[in-house]
Write a protein that binds this ligand. Structure first.
Ligand SMILES: [Zn+2]
Length: 242
């Protein structure tokens, strides 16, 4: 029995195609990362596979969401093979123990590489990762604040990043100080920008009232899309309404 396998990409999803001597096409989504594998008869070409995948796209995404949710609930061990998010994209953690300075980088668009000294424990690994997340946010935020200060016509006196359990951001209107949640480093850049704009709009309108919504829609017409994206996240035990 000849088995041939390769990968194709359909709507941003990587599909493993396995051709073998079978009668029917079989589509599966597998834990822990929601990997998609299609077993197909030899006679079916990749276009047929593509069609089958597209017609089951909704089902595939539902399965993947399920695995993702399960994964979010399980605590991270900070080991090679785990999934971690950076700016909305999923990366596979790769731990490299070596005798040199700690270093974190993204060598390609699917790998998050942690180079650490041998014997670095789980908590230290996580602390290093969060320090790296914080550095990334620190670099992203100032140009966004400058951009939106001009657009909205307000001034942010001070800002900071911290871990928060239930909020993506907060704004102290009197001090004109904004806090952003460190977890935003894991979300798409558009989500970070949305939260920042939300907090800055509070400098014009304190309450989540109709005027607030109108201001949001004026400055950021698609703000609701970003809110939905964030509501799909683990912090959503307090739903983000505006
Ligand atoms: Zn608010």
């Amino acid at each position: 029995m000849t088995i041939r396998r390769h990968h194709i990409e359909v709507r941003g999803i990587s599909i493993e195609v396995v051709r073998k001597n079978i009668k029917n096409l079989h589509l599966g989504v597998y834990p822990p990362n929601g990997r998609v594998r299609v077993a197909v008869p030899q006679r079916l070409d990749d276009d047929a596979v593509r069609l089958a995948v597209i017609s089951h796209l909704k089902w595939i995404r539902t399965q993947q969401d399920r695995f993702e949710k399960q994964e979010r609930q399980s605590q991270r061990e900070m080991l090679t093979g785990e999934s971690h998010y950076v700016e909305g994209r999923r990366y596979r953690l790769n731990i490299i123990e070596y005798d040199g300075p700690n270093r974190i980088c993204l060598p390609n668009n699917r790998t998050l590489e942690l180079r650490i000294r041998p014997g670095t424990d789980r908590d230290k690994r996580e602390a290093l990762l969060y320090r790296w997340y914080r550095q990334r946010l620190r670099a992203q935020i100032p140009p966004l604040i400058t951009k939106w200060e001009t657009k909205i016509g307000v001034t942010v006196v001070d800002w900071g990043i911290r871990k928060m359990k239930t909020r993506w951001g907060t704004c102290n209107i009197n001090d004109r100080r904004i806090w952003l949640n460190l977890e935003l480093a894991k979300k798409p850049a558009a989500c970070l920008e949305y939260i920042l704009v939300h907090e800055m709009v509070h400098l014009l309108e304190r309450h989540h009232n109709e005027r607030f919504q109108q201001l949001m829609s004026h400055f950021m017409p698609h703000w609701r899309l970003h809110r939905e994206e964030l509501n799909r996240a683990p912090l959503a035990h307090e739903n983000w309404l505006y």
